[in-house]
Design a protein around this ligand. Sequence first.
Ligand code: MN
Ligand code: MN
Length: 508
Amino acid sequence: MYMMVSGGYLYHTFRRSAIMKSPLKNGVNKTVRRMVKDPYSWKRRWTAERTGNKAEVESISRAYIDFLDRARTEREVVNYWVEKLREAGFRELLKVPKRKPRPGEGFFQVNRERSLMAGIAGSHELQEGFNMVATHLDAPRIDLKPLPLDGDFETGIGFMRTHYSGGIKKYHWVNIPLSLHGRVVRGDGSTIDLRIGDDDDDPVLLIPDLLPHLSKRVQDKRKISEAIKGEEMLALAGSGPIQEDTDERPPIVNELLDLLNREYGIIEEDMISSDLSLVPSWSPREIGLDRGLIGAYGHDNRVSSFCAMHSLIDIRKAKKVPIRWAMVMNFDKEEIGSEGNTGAKSQYLELAVYDLLEWKGCTGQRREMIGTLSSSFALCADVKSGMNPTFKSVQDPTNSARLGAGVTITKYTGRGGKTGANDASAEIVGSIRKLFNSEKVVWQMQETGRVDEGGGGTVAKFIATRNIDVLDIGIPILSMHSPFEVVSKMDVGMGYQAFSVFFEKFCR
Ligand code: MN
Ligand code: MN
């Protein structure tokens, strides 16, 4: 196992040891043993070998599975965390008394129910900078169009028109059960929250694909990115009588409008003012006969939010006081470019720091706010591409991540000649490497893929524009942006440990 998946580094080590050392006498096994002892090679480690308490990893994984099952949209994730924060004694920032915060005191602030800042006051002054994990809560999904309802006379099928959100392979999202989640604002301003499809006896929606028996001419020769086209993503919403085409709408559309009004008090125009999304209906599951992996919708990027928030909450519960102020920023809209007033480009981060400074009795001068940001350090946490055994060619075996080999450190993301990257300096990488090595955090270095193979990015470059020192970090994942993504339990446990030591101990 070890040798097979670590072929890249062993190969390079072998070459060097062959040059540096005399010819071998006793065969290959001894060679390997000697190479592994080589003190100058970087060695990939397996999380399982370094994680002392396997029961703790299992318990974190169970909590993570429960979290994923309960929260499938960014709004649901924010509400989940607010409940957990309150239980652990964190207080909403605007409601804390106007006195100096005590070291160890927990606080949070919600932005439009879509992004969330939470933190713990440290023993140092806030102006000396804070340790932040910046992450995102939104996940790729299938949104409904503003006026989604339509139907077909000849088949009697009623459907919802959709517009996908985020960089998905559209063919992944057909023929799977989909739940309808979101909020509708009605004409009088009142709101209705929908959550249909998660319970076993709930109905679900589904985008039907074409049967293979008849796809030869219409579909089989299409490019894979067009196997299902955007306008073909019609979700089955009902079945009614067939009828001759008339100037009216198909009868099933009126039946569905009746149903929506009867059950939820919604009229068609209400759907214009809604955030309604289709998300996979299935619950997370353990994957593999050894149960070492977790399959679920939304690992990207709820796994990072979970590891960071869970460690922050546990620090507070254990009444530990971090050296520097600890903070988690959970952003929205990363999957469409960190846009809008709830994304990482928004000035919400600056506002949160102003509010924290004011709480400390500072007058909220701009110089002080920028100074605080400039002295801060952010780990930008997002999922990272793990090597897929079927498609190894897209990755450089040495500079790529493996599931089960710990948290990933990514010096730069981007594409081509590092376009769109936050390229962390040697000093930034060095400081986290030193922390993780001294605290026995298992880590691995990775690039998204081979040079010019493609690429991607996350919130890091937007956080770095605030003059904060930023390093990309993450959890390796398979099947990214699909309705059922895969992570390793051991990496979830290591993510939790990595953020815990960063919050508690990191100080430059
Ligand atoms: Mn992500
Ligand atoms: Mn993503």
